[in-house]
Design a protein around this ligand. Structure first.
Ligand SMILES: Cc1cc2nc3c(=O)[nH]c(=O)nc-3n(C[C@H](O)[C@H](O)[C@H](O)COP(=O)(O)OP(=O)(O)OC[C@H]3O[C@@H](n4cnc5c(N)ncnc54)[C@H](O)[C@@H]3O)c2cc1C
Length: 384
């Protein structure tokens, strides 16, 4: 039997950040991860940390996760029907390119180097999370079952994990919004030196660096599209038409059609089980705020547990769900606005020609306003 203060389910960004924050403050924890380490550390997703994320790691003494990345010199911008829209640089913007898998690798290295305990390939089940003595069981790859007694469980295992699924039906309310279009999401072996979002009459397109050697391509497409309808040449032709210039083509490494949705579960806790990151909410990728929200939850939870276990102050844990949900809904509002705006301004088959012209007028106004330009400046470096 193992005893610890906090069991963290999931070694993604949220779980590893909580783990590092807790350990550095003398709180015991064990991280249980379903996948092998190599898989987790190679998983390609986000590419940017926003300003808040960069400052968060510095404030908690983890600036080394930000260092020495293969940060390419990136040219970028927004394009409307092939015309580049100017973006004012914002002196206060500290966002940086850092592929999510690199962030995960560094957080893992620090956690293990400092004596942290991660069990990979763990088959996890949760018991008694509603009561005062939660029990987490996991089967290791050799088939041995271990039992952990803890004070709190941090469910950081994403949208399809076991944590949220362990909460009885009817406890959580699920709020969801499905957008009426999808993204063809493509990983291509082209150097990440160009970053851009294009709004075109054929629909939205994005080209975003994912490290020095790869880039992600996003193409707005009907929800009914399948990858079979998108042979490699069509992807490059469509991207170049929407961006309005020719680009260096490379090998297409993977492609999938991704539905765009916003989802929030309320409350973000059940008894001693707390939900963090994608386990509690999904933002549409246009907003590029999934990492931001995962880090916000991680910091809020870590502060609350430290206050409870070190200062005997339960108030932050009691407020955890409300604190996070307030923040989450602000970002869902932003994510819905930016997603609608960017997609409605393109292919008029989604929202109609009138709506398209309104969206384009709004977009131009955003670029002409200095304050709003800052939002776009942060966004251009952060888009999914
Ligand atoms: C293609 C793509 C592109 C994206 N681009 C961006 C972007 O540009 N910017 C941005 O901010 N966000 C982006 N996101 C979203 C971002 O990746 C997520 O919001 C972020 O990973 C959430 O972190 P998390 O730690 O909550 O979940 P995850 O990173 O999903 O980590 C969850 C962990 O739990 C593990 N797990 C799952 N089930 C179990 C189980 N039963 N037991 C134990 N462990 C389990 C998983 O293996 C995983 O390691 C993107 C997502 C995708 C899919």
């Amino acid at each position: 039997m193992i005893e610890t203060d906090v069991v963290i389910i999931g070694a993604g960004v949220a779980g590893l950040t909580v783990g590092n924050f807790l350990r550095r403050n003398g709180i015991g924890c064990v991280i249980l991860e379903h996948r092998p380490r190599e898989y987790v550390e190679a998983r390609q997703r986000a590419g940017t940390l926003d300003t808040r994320g960069v400052r968060l790691f510095r404030e908690w003494g983890l600036a080394e996760v930000l260092e020495a990345g293969p940060t390419p010199e990136v040219e970028g911008g927004f394009f409307l029907d092939g015309e580049a829209l100017p973006i004012e640089a914002d002196d206060d913007n500290e966002s940086m390119f850092i592929p999510q898998q690199l962030l995960v690798r560094r957080l893992t290295d620090i956690f293990l180097r400092e004596g942290g305990d991660i069990r990979y390939e763990a088959d996890v089940t949760l018991d008694d999370v509603a009561g005062p003595d939660p029990v987490v069981r996991f089967r290791d790859p050799a088939g041995t079952t271990h039992v952990i007694h803890c004070a709190y469980v941090a469910g950081c295992d994403g949208d399809r994990g076991v944590s949220r699924a362990a909460i009885p039906a009817g406890v959580l309310t699920r709020y969801a919004h499905e957008f009426p279009y999808s993204w063809l999401s493509v990983l291509a072996a082209v150097p990440g030196t160009t970053s851009g979002m294009a709004i075109h009459t054929r629909g939205l397109a994005g080209l975003i660096p994912r490290g020095a050697e790869n880039s992600r391509i996003y193409l707005q497409c009907p929800r009914t599209d399948t990858v079979e309808q998108w042979p490699d040449d069509r992807i490059w032709d469509e991207l170049e038409s929407r961006v309005g210039r020719s680009l260096g083509r490379g090998e297409i490494l993977s492609k999938e059609v991704v539905a765009l949705r916003g989802v929030v579960y309320d409350p973000m806790r059940y008894g001693r089980l707390y939900l963090l990151g994608d386990a509690a909410h999904i933002v549409p990728p246009m907003s590029a705020k999934g990492i931001h929200l995962a880090l916000f939850d991680a910091e809020t939870f870590a502060r609350a547990v430290i206050a409870r276990l070190k200062d005997d102050d339960p108030s932050l844990l009691a407020a955890y769900s409300d604190t996070c949900l307030h923040h989450v809904w602000n970002y869902q509002a932003f994510a819905t606005w930016i997603t609608d705006l960017m997609h409605d301004a393109g292919d008029s088959s989604t929202a109609g020609e009138f709506r398209k012209q309104v969206a384009r007028a709004e977009l131009r106004r955003q670029f002409e306003s200095e304050a709003a330009g800052r939002v776009f400046a942060e966004l251009t470096s952060g888009v999914a």
